[in-house]
Design a protein around this ligand. Sequence first.
Ligand SMILES: [Zn+2]
Length: 67
Amino acid sequence: MSERAAPYHCPYCGDEDLRPNEEGHGTWECAACNRAFRLKFLGLLASGLRRTGGGGNRPDDSEGSAA
Ligand SMILES: [Zn+2]
């Protein structure tokens, strides 16, 4: 696979007719809504992988405990 992340759908209109923009790598333009946008990798989430998959009930999930 290539290093670049290619969007499959336009984030604005959801169309799949995307093509690389001439601004540079990471920039795409949508032929359906004529929008140009840039994809940028911000980095890995430090605590993103911890929370998911843990499971269990939330302690604050119960409602109306204090009447
Ligand atoms: Zn679009």
